[in-house]
Design a protein around this ligand. Structure first.
Ligand code: ATP
Length: 452
């Protein structure tokens, strides 16, 4: 079925490689884990940072109309009351009547092949009864009810109603609450955007599918403030930018799909939403979202704070509350898409080889450098020289003299290193050139160090 089209790589392959090679480990692993949390190891953090830095460069540094912000994760509870999150940031929950385990009702329905878009809680309860849908353990299910996904905490030494706060479930509100600060200090021309990267927390009922649905994750969000008369133009602009982004991640266009979200499925404040979906190994699922949020958020803030959120067009008396186009990117889903699109298996010298065909600008290690053998001091000395030059130039360069050369190639292939540089006897005795092996083709060329 087109809807459930899966990429060839299995999720198990990705999870296993991620753990084996130090990209991503289960959170709190040594204590038996904590559901919905993941820790990035040395290579994972490098890959994740490369993705986040690429985003920052494309959408903040390379543009004249964007500014960055970095708001506190803990915010005044009024933020989440005004935004509607306290009342409506909920998912439909259903309980296994035997084991008391809880599940997302819409996920169980979807898994049973039922279209859930537009179904109310009562509708879901009815369909579950009518179709005899059971829990994954085969037990009867409770009625469907709502569950608020925000993690609640208290700030300060006294725990009472006033000290309640929440771990932010999205970075967007940290941008909206700083809109007025930035307008007052920078007075940018419209349209302009504010961008933020950072942690978000959602108490997902059933975290699943590796890092795809986590309880702690990172977002990269843009609120782009526009004159309401021109929202369509800006929406189209960001739609094209999203495609530029998926290309920059190395994702093939044929695996990225736009889903125009129907009116009755959109958030109530959104006049238009496109979900960008990707063919993950788990099937076609949301990678990121693009929404026209109108003036919903700034109006809410204006009402709840009593502060004026209007923008005065320079040199005129024209004032209005800007409207907002919001491209919202998830870091974990970007990492998962990049890993699954890069995962390859082929055959080299009669043996199966696993490698990650990562784009060079995302690879955690750009070059691995080694002497052909490690017990020849003159080879090691020359290799160290080459390593130092490359390390200074690129930073992400690894010294790797463990095991024989075949094992090194195998290890570097699995972590997606585009090039392995080897210093051999010809380097010292004949041509002064180094051997450079290409990860994808496994071909070797001899080059000057300066050519790298
Ligand atoms: P879904 O429908 O899959 O739960 P959503 O529509 O609730 O996602 P948004 O609120 O639009 O997601 O959040 C924007 C982006 O943040 C998503 O496109 C996704 O990339 C990321 N994201 C949201 N929830 C999670 C999560 N639990 N784990 C990892 N990433 C997430």
């Amino acid at each position: 079925m087109e809807q459930n089209k899966k990429q060839e790589t299995s999720m198990e392959n990705i999870v296993s490689l991620a753990k084996r090679r130090g990209f991503i480990y289960p959170g709190s692993d040594v204590y038996g884990g904590l559901s919905g949390t993941w820790d990035y190891g040395p290579l994972g953090v490098a890959l994740k940072r490369n993705i986040m830095q690429l985003w920052w460069k494309m959408f903040v540094e390379d543009r004249d109309d964007m500014h960055g912000v970095d708001a506190a994760i803990l915010m005044n509870q009024k933020v989440w009351q005004a935004s509607g999150h306290v009342d409506t940031f909920t998912d439909p929950l259903v309980e296994d009547l035997e084991t008391k385990q809880r599940y997302r009702a819409d996920h169980l329905l979807k898994d049973a092949g039922i279209v859930v878009d537009g179904l109310s809680l009562d509708d879901m309860t009815r369909v579950i009864k009518e179709q005899g849908i059971k829990s994954p353990n085969g037990n009867e299910l409770s009625e469907v009810r709502t569950f608020n996904m925000m993690f609640k905490t208290t700030v300060g030494p006294v725990a009472n109603d006033e000290s309640i706060s929440y771990l932010r479930p999205e970075t967007a509100q940290g941008i909206f609450t700083n809109y007025k600060n930035v307008v007052d200090t920078f007075y940018p021309d419209l349209p302009f955007g504010l961008a933020q990267q950072g942690k978000a927390f959602r108490n997902e009922i059933s975290p699943r599918d590796f890092i795809f649905r986590s309880r702690e994750f990172e977002q990269m969000e843009i609120e782009y403030f526009v004159d309401p008369a021109t929202w369509e133009e800006s929406f189209e602009h960001w739609r094209q930018q999203v495609w530029a982004w998926t290309k920059a991640l190395g994702l093939s266009d044929e695996h990225v799909h736009e889903l125009e979200v129907a009116e009755n499925d959109r958030a109530h404040y959104s006049k238009r939403t496109i979900d960008f979906e990707y063919d993950f190994p788990i099937g076609r699922e949301e990678l990121l979202g693009l929404a026209y949020r109108t003036d919903f958020d700034l109006n809410n803030i204006q009402r709840a704070s009593g502060k004026n959120m209007e923008y005065t067009v320079k040199g005129t008396n024209t004032k209005f509350v800007p409207h907002v186009i919001e491209p919202s990117f998830g870091v974990e889903r970007s990492v998962m898409a990049v890993l699954s699109s890069a995962y390859r298996e082929d055959e080299v010298n009669g043996e199966t080889r696993i490698y990650l065909a990562l784009p060079a600008h995302l690879a955690p290690v750009r070059y691995a450098v080694s002497p052909l053998v490690r017990n020849k001091p003159e080879l090691v000395a020359k290799a160290r020289e080459v390593y130092d030059v490359l390390k200074k130039k690129y930073g992400a360069v690894m010294w790797d003299d463990n095991g024989n050369i075949g094992k090194r190639y195998r290890r570097q292939d699995e972590i997606g290193t585009p090039y392995c540089v080897v210093i051999d006897f010809d380097t010292l005795e004949t041509d002064g050139l180094v051997s450079v092996r290409d990860r994808d083709t496994t071909e070797q060329r001899r080059l000057e160090v300066e050519e790298l």
